[in-house]
Write a protein that binds this ligand. Structure first.
Ligand SMILES: C[S@@+](CC[C@H](N)C(=O)[O-])C[C@H]1O[C@@H](n2cnc3c(N)ncnc32)[C@H](O)[C@@H]1O
Ligand SMILES: C/C=C/c1ccc(O)c(OC)c1
Length: 390
């Protein structure tokens, strides 16, 4: 019989378990080393240099203390492991002067994204804001709170964001960054058909209007309304074909033609009991479209059905709802994407008590809200575009 230890594990199992638990315990090192790289300005230094950079050049340009020179390659090594830096050996690259015998570092494509568009730019806010909610997850499973976030702060996510301007700004800036990258891919030549031919749309929960601006710029004939909560859109100004409307998607979603067809300038219209919004002049609209990006994953099933019913009520004529959100358990996705989806699903649970949905769960929402059919028209990275028809 094999030699057994206290835990009744075979030696090979024990060693595997040990390896696994080191990896689990220190999973956060990916997060903190990336943070360190950004604090030191590694991506900027390499970008400024304009070509792959040797370790010694990199260290001197970052003002690394010479006493730490012997340690620094350990940081770059793990960043290479995480796929954030690329190390080219000298044989296959243009040898930079000041050769240190190790090779030259360049930025991986992921690093360029992280630097420019990723949610890491304001990490100080993220740190304090994020971890308090995650640390309450265990307590949350044993209490009646709607989310772990609520357990941490005694307040709901959206309400806290509108009260606390610094985390609110952080959130909306990062949402906008995230949407911008996604929309730029979506609206590029290959996928522009998603919005082609539409005459109008309402972006429900459209935040600060990043998505609507990209769409109206590309399709100047389209009328676009961004519906979001009053504190978010209060001071935002639209343009000829873009209007910000303050309201509550649980009360009513304004039809585009109701907003655009009143010629009076700023006539006020009551929206449910909670908010009012301004009504502006515009052209009559023949066709309505509704899109919502990463909105429904913020809400539970009952709430989603309510939002979807309001969308349906607002559609006149041959309209449809366009949803940009994730579809879980999608066999088209690779393992790395699946992990990211699981992370985001956990994020939804912790911050909002909500979830990501598989095809079956989406379908149930659509039919419960009274829609007759739907189509997942494409999948781009983690997210899919779903059209839902009344
Ligand atoms: C996850 S963000 C998505 C923002 C935007 N669609 C984007 O992709 O950048 C969700 C948005 O829903 C808005 N929101 C929350 N509750 C709302 C409500 N009751 N009515 C309208 N918008 C709401 C939030 O203010 C926020 O801007
Ligand atoms: C801390 C961030 C949480 C978060 C909240 C709502 C969202 O829709 C979202 O989309 C990725 C992220």
């Amino acid at each position: 019989m094999a030699d057994h230890n206290d835990q009744n594990l075979a030696p090979s199992e024990l060693l595997l378990a040990e390896t696994q638990s080191w990896n689990q315990l220190y999973f956060f090192i990916e997060h903190v080393t990336l943070k360190c790289a950004l604090q030191l300005g590694i991506p900027d230094a390499i970008t400024k240099h304009g070509k792959p950079m040797t370790l010694s050049k990199l260290m001197s340009s970052l003002s690394i203390s010479p006493s730490k020179y012997p340690y620094f390659h350990r940081l770059t090594r793990i960043l290479v492991r995480y796929g954030l830096l690329i190390l080219q050996k000298h044989e296959d690259t243009n040898v930079d002067d000041g050769d240190d015998g190790k090779g030259c570092y360049s930025l991986a494509p992921a690093d360029r994204y992280i630097m420019k568009d990723g949610p890491w730019n304001s990490m100080e806010d993220q740190d304090s804001f994020f971890f308090k909610a995650w640390n309450c997850l265990g307590d949350w499973f044993r209490n009646e709170d709607p989310s772990s976030f609520y357990t941490a702060y005694g307040d709901l996510f959206w309400s806290k964001l509108s009260r606390d301007t610094s985390s609110g700004n952080w959130f909306h800036v990062n949402m906008a960054r995230d949407s911008r990258s996604f929309m730029n891919v979506l609206i590029g030549n290959v996928f522009k058909d998603v919005f082609k031919g539409l005459t109008s749309l309402v972006d429900v929960g459209g935040g600060t209007g990043t998505v609507a601006m990209i769409i109206t710029k590309k399709f100047p004939d389209m009328k676009c309304i961004v519906l979001d909560l009053p504190p978010i859109v209060a001071n935002l100004h639209g343009s000829e074909n873009l209007e910000f409307v303050a309201g509550d998607m649980f009360q009513k979603i304004p039809p585009v033609n109701a907003v655009y067809s009143s010629r009076k300038g700023s006539e006020k219209l009551a929206l449910g009991s909670k908010f009012e919004f301004h009504c502006y002049e515009g052209l009559p609209i023949a066709e309505l479209e509704w899109r919502k990006e990463s909105i429904l994953h913020d809400w539970n099933d009952e709430e989603c059905v309510k939002i979807l019913k309001n969308c349906k009520d607002a559609i006149t004529g041959s309209g449809k709802v366009i949803i940009i959100d994730m579809v879980m358990e999608n066999p088209e996705l690779d393992d790395v994407s699946f992990q990211a989806q699981l992370f985001i699903d956990m994020l939804m649970m912790v911050f909002l008590g909500s979830k990501e949905r598989n095809k079956k769960e989406w379908e149930k929402l659509f039919f419960d809200a009274g829609f007759t059919s739907y189509k997942i028209i494409l999948t781009l990275g983690l997210r899919s575009v779903i059209e839902v028809y009344p």
